[in-house]
Design a protein around this ligand. Structure first.
Ligand code: ADP
Length: 164
C-alpha cells in the first residue's frame, strides 16, 4: 500500500517551518501532497499560481525522500484528502495558540470522514516560531528573511516588497 498524506495550508509563502514539517512527514509517507488552499479570506500576498510555483521550488530538496505533489484546492480539506487518496492529513503544531483552532477543526474533520486520520508534527525549535504573516511583514519593512525562507522565496518576497 502506498502511504499518502495531505499537508493542507495557505502557504503564503512556504517557509522553513513548513519544509521542516514536510521533512518529518516523508519519514513515514511514500507520497505527500501539499494542498494549497485558495483561501481568499486570508487576503494572500501571493496569488494561488504564485504560491504553487514558489512551493514547487522550495520543496525540491525533499523530492529525493518521497514523491511530493503540489496541488491547489478549493472546498473541504477532507474531500480533497479523499480525492488525492490520502490516509492521513498532516498538520504542524507551533504553540498553544495553534492548539485550540486545530483541536476544533480536527474534531469536525473526524465527523466528516472517519477513515482519514489527522497527525500533528512539531518543527525543530529553530523553526517553531516561523509564521508566514510575520515573514511578509519583516520583508515589507525592510528586514532580512533569509533565515526563514529558501533563496527563491526570499527573492520573490523582495520583489513584492519592491526591494529588488
Ligand atoms: P493555515 O493558513 O491554514 O494556518 P499555513 O500555511 O499557515 O496554513 O500553515 C499550514 C500548516 O503548517 C498548519 O498546520 C500550520 O500549523 C503549520 N505550520 C505553519 N508554520 C509552522 C511552524 N513554524 N512550525 C510548525 N508548523 C507550522
Amino acid at each position: 500500500m502506498t502511504r499518502v498524506g495531505l499537508y493542507p495550508g495557505t502557504f503564503d509563502p512556504i517557509h522553513n517551518g513548513h519544509i521542516d514539517i514536510m521533512g518529518r512527514a516523508v519519514k513515514f509517507l511514500d507520497k505527500l501532497v501539499l494542498g494549497v488552499a485558495i483561501n481568499t479570506g486570508k487576503g494572500p500576498m501571493f496569488s494561488l499560481e504564485e504560491r504553487v510555483a514558489i512551493a514547487e521550488e522550495a520543496v525540491q530538496p525533499l523530492r529525493e525522500k518521497a514523491e511530493i505533489v503540489i496541488r491547489p484546492y478549493e472546498g473541504l480539506t477532507m474531500h480533497f484528502a479523499r480525492e488525492v487518496g490520502a490516509q492521513v492529513v498532516v498538520r504542524g503544531l507551533r504553540a498553544v495558540a495553534d492548539f485550540e483552532f486545530e483541536f476544533q477543526i480536527t474534531a469536525m474533520n473526524q465527523q466528516l470522514d472517519r477513515e482519514i486520520e489527522t497527525v500533528f508534527l512539531m518543527a525543530d525549535p529553530r523553526h517553531q516560531a516561523l509564521n508566514s504573516r510575520l515573514i511578509k511583514e519583516i520583508a515589507l519593512l525592510g528586514g532580512e528573511v533569509s533565515k526563514f525562507v529558501s533563496e527563491g522565496v526570499r527573492a520573490r518576497l523582495m520583489a513584492k516588497a519592491g526591494r529588488t
